[in-house]
Design a protein around this ligand. Structure first.
Ligand code: ARG
Length: 456
């Protein structure tokens, strides 16, 4: 059944029908479609378009449809073009011709925008929950690994020692920003388009504010033409998902490196590893590679959707139907990645000895330069002095901590420092006690702050 057959004399071409139909994916809006229709019927009753008895009949019918949907007994037919058509068709089957009054004053244009926004408002909550769970898993890991010290890297070259907990928590904060983003998108989705009709606003005196309250929207759209074509909430959602994907991808990349046999900082649990069909010794971190790969696909979805939007004349165009698959895809991707990463992190083993053994004494170069500064040497000069010492060590093919006091005298004439005292991981870490630094005291403060955020 089509909702628009009256002016047509020929049946639609089968392939064209397939191309046009959206039922295969917009089924996911079924619950919201019935929910919005129940509220719409009520609004029609309030202005006398439906009698109370008709409204009740329609409501009962829609509730039965909801039950069929929940129990998965709802039978879709090949002629259902989209979810709106399917629900209306079934309503006719259940209550008869009164069903024909439900679509008074509305269009699928404002209907689909309403359903989709409702869907997003609900599903963002699941996503937020999944992100929070991963944050908690990272946080637990950070608390568990509190005493462990590791080299940090910039440009993938050893930089300065840090607490492993500090490193773990550096992945907590991007996720916190993702949460803020998704809360923003949630707000953006919470604007009611219903009542906009196809383009110009409905001619029936619907109280849209009441309708909005009924459906849980925070606001009512102020321009019918914009309301039926606005998909900024979808674009923002996809952007936020893609950015979250980028964050997860960076974490994944780092974990791939740290679980490699060369680094060996962590060992992945077998439950989160994969083997090779050919090489018996292999234990691969496919789950992190997929995280990295899927982040790329999400970026593609974002670019694709923005390209879809950019050329559209106002108001509604069928191109907009692409919005749902794009949003569903990125949501499903994130929902599949988040728990796996979290559980893999929770179950991995930290190889403390391997981490400690990796530290090259040159990692303390900045500490020595800072020590010279505290002795009154300008930093640039201090930098050059330590640079010279490094050069000597490199020439002799020895580590920086093998240089004698005489060697240091040579590069820093007249300066008497306890040079060996700088070669201490603990010392290096504990001097960095500024807010946000890696000293134990600062990391403990960070942990307290995060605990508050988690409890909030
Ligand atoms: N399936 C359509 C979509 O997702 C519903 C709106 C159809 N509107 C129309 N004028 N054909 O966008």
């Amino acid at each position: 059944m089509t909702l628009w057959g009256g002016r047509f004399t020929k049946k639609m071409d089968t392939d064209a029908w397939e191309l046009n139909a959206s039922i295969l994916f917009d089924k996911r809006l079924a619950k919201q479609d019935t929910q919005a229709s129940i509220a719409w019927a009520k609004a029609l009753e309030e202005i006398g378009v439906l009698t109370p008895a008709e409204e009740l009949l329609i409501q009962d019918g829609l509730q039965q449809i909801q039950k069929e949907l929940i129990s998965e007994n709802f039978l879709y037919l090949p002629e259902d073009e989209d979810i709106h058509t399917a629900v209306e068709r079934r309503l006719f089957e259940i209550i008869g011709p009164t069903a024909g009054k439900l679509h008074t004053g509305r269009s699928r244009n404002d209907q689909v925008a309403t359903d989709f926004r409702l869907w997003m408002m609900e599903n963002i909550l699941y996503l937020i929950q999944a992100i929070k769970t991963l944050q908690l898993q990272i946080f637990n890991r950070a608390q568990q690994d509190i005493g462990i010290r590791m080299p940090s890297y910039t440009h993938l070259q050893q930089a300065q020692p840090v607490l492993l907990s500090h490193w773990w928590l550096s992945f907590f904060w991007p996720l916190q920003r993702d949460l803020e983003q998704f809360n923003q998108v949630q707000k953006q989705a919470s604007v009611l388009p219903l009542g906009s009709g196809a383009v110009a606003g409905t001619s029936f005196p619907i109280d849209r504010q009441v309708l909005a309250n009924q459906l849980g929207f925070e606001a009512v759209s102020q321009n019918s033409m914009d309301a039926v074509s606005d998909r900024d909430f979808a674009a923002q959602f996809i952007f936020s998902a893609a950015l979250c994907g980028v964050h997860l991808s960076r974490l994944a990349e780092q974990l791939i490196i740290f679980t490699s046999s060369e680094f060996g900082f962590f060992t992945l649990s077998d439950a989160f590893s994969t083997g090779s069909s050919l090489m018996p010794q292999k234990k691969n971190a496919d789950i992190f590679e997929l995280t990295r790969g899927k982040a790329g696909s999400m970026l593609g979805t974002l670019c694709g959707f923005l390209a879809t939007l950019k050329g559209l004349p106002s108001v509604y165009d069928k191109d907009l139907q692409e919005d749902k698959q794009a949003v569903f895809k990125v949501l499903d991707t994130l929902m599949s990645i988040l728990p796996v990463i979290g559980n893999a992190i929770q179950t991995l083993t930290v190889n403390v000895e391997k981490i400690t053994a990796t530290i090259n004494p040159a990692i303390f170069a900045t500490d020595i330069a800072d020590g010279l500064v505290k002795h009154g040497i300008p930093f640039r000069e201090a930098h050059a002095i330590v640079g010279k010492a490094i050069q000597i060590a490199l020439d002799r093919n020895v580590n920086l901590d093998s240089l004698s006091d005489a060697d240091w005298q040579m590069v820093a004439p007249g300066i008497a420092l306890d040079w060996q005292s700088f070669f201490s991981i603990q010392r290096s870490i504990e001097t960095r006690s500024v807010i946000g630094g890696t000293a134990t005291s600062a990391v403990n403060d960070q942990i307290k702050l995060i605990q508050q955020l988690i409890n909030a």
